[in-house]
Write a protein that binds this ligand. Structure first.
Ligand code: PLP
Length: 342
């Protein structure tokens, strides 16, 4: 198997991994420093991450029994696949989508069944039902907003999938704060739903690796069974709690990024590229007259790093750019205009 690694190159403008371009506020770091001073580093951490789970449950208006935390939402997905996938089981993914879904499924010995998407890149419930083929152990992996295409799934489609398959339906909501709706609203009525979230994007904590799933207590218990003991360190648990205290600052970052996304989309539309509408903090585009890889290299020569997603099904020649700061967007648009003119 090949590993999954996004290039880490030293550049002036890094817009390839959909991180938040800003740091959390200084008061967050003050709380973190306090937490570090009070840490019982000689002791194992609270295995159940009780305080963090309670804080997350309060944030989402759910019960702590509906929350499981891990080292990034990727590890959450890995726990879900360890618990519900495995040899003899299958996972349904709708391509093009987040490559880690099928990668993690395969790592856990789960067979990957690939469906497609409609012309707007939405998953198609009827096709998913056909691929599940009545198998109540099949796991369906949805992504809303979808990476790398940027579109949120219409609520009706997620509802249709939930009501017509018997197995676990995972909705990866790494970019939820940019989406017009959230599948968390469906948790009460759908015991087979698991919604994954991350602190890596809008919470601006990609460097600390923290994610979680919101689901029925039975799903949470299954994740606890497969997680390694003490998998979530005490410092990270404290960091998550400190982040949640600063929810206002997070919402302000989202508002700034949404404004910046509008400017980025408008700038792209003024250039000879096809642009897809985005419900996330990144935008998918395809140069009309130049090869995508050549444009990726041209941008890199100008110290701007974006993601080459041309290898995904249906995305031949496409690139994905993260919404950055005002200055980063400006530098990216200038570099792209120059590259396309050559
Ligand atoms: C759809 C999606 N899910 C999950 C992740 C990974 O999140 P984390 O950093 O929490 O592992 C990403 C990161 O790019 C993503 O795009």
């Amino acid at each position: 198997m090949a590993g999954y690694h996004s290039p880490q190159v030293e550049v002036a403008v890094r817009l390839n991994t959909n991180e938040c371009p800003e740091q959390p506020p200084p008061s967050f770091f003050e709380e973190l420093a306090r937490a570090a001073r009070d840490l019982s580093a000689n002791r194992y951490p609270d295995r159940a991450a009780t305080a963090l789970r309670h804080a997350l449950a309060a944030h989402h208006d759910l019960d702590p029994e509906q929350v499981f935390c891990a080292n990034g939402s990727n590890e959450v997905l890995q726990c879900l696949m360890l618990a519900y996938g495995g040899s003899g089981r299958r996972a349904v993914v709708c391509e093009p989508t987040y490559a880690l879904h099928s990668h993690i499924a395969r790592l856990t010995g789960t067979a990957v069944v690939q469906g497609g998407r409609d012309e707007r890149f939405s998953a198609v419930p009827e096709e998913i039902v056909t691929l599940v083929a009545g198998d109540d152990t099949a796991v369906v992996l949805l992504c809303s907003p979808n990476n790398p295409t940027g579109n949120a799934e219409p609520r009706q489609r997620v509802d249709d999938v939930l009501s017509s398959v018997g197995g676990l339906v995972v909705v990866d909501e790494a970019y939820a704060q940019f989406s017009p709706w959230t599948a968390v609203e469906l948790l009460g009525s759908s015991p087979n739903l698991a919604v994954t979230r991350t602190f890596s994007k809008t919470w601006a904590l990609a460097g600390l690796r923290l994610g979680y799933v919101l689901a029925d207590p039975e799903v949470v218990e299954a994740c606890e069974r497969v997680a390694l003991p003490y998998h979530l360190d005490a410092f990270k648990q404290a960091a998550g709690i400190a982040a949640l205290v600063h929810v206002g600052a997070m919402q302000e970052r989202v508002a700034r990024l949404l404004e910046e996304r509008g400017r980025l989309e408008a700038g792209l539309r003024a250039l000879p590229v096809d642009v897809w509408p985005s419900d996330a903090n990144f935008v998918l585009f395809r140069p009309r007259h130049l090869d995508g890889q050549a444009v990726w290299r041209g941008l890199l020569e100008r110290s701007v790093l974006v993601r080459d997603v041309g290898g995904y099904p249906r995305l031949d020649g496409c690139l994905r750019v993260t919404v950055g700061t005002y200055e980063e967007t400006s530098r990216f648009l200038e570099a792209l205009e120059e590259t396309l003119a050559h």
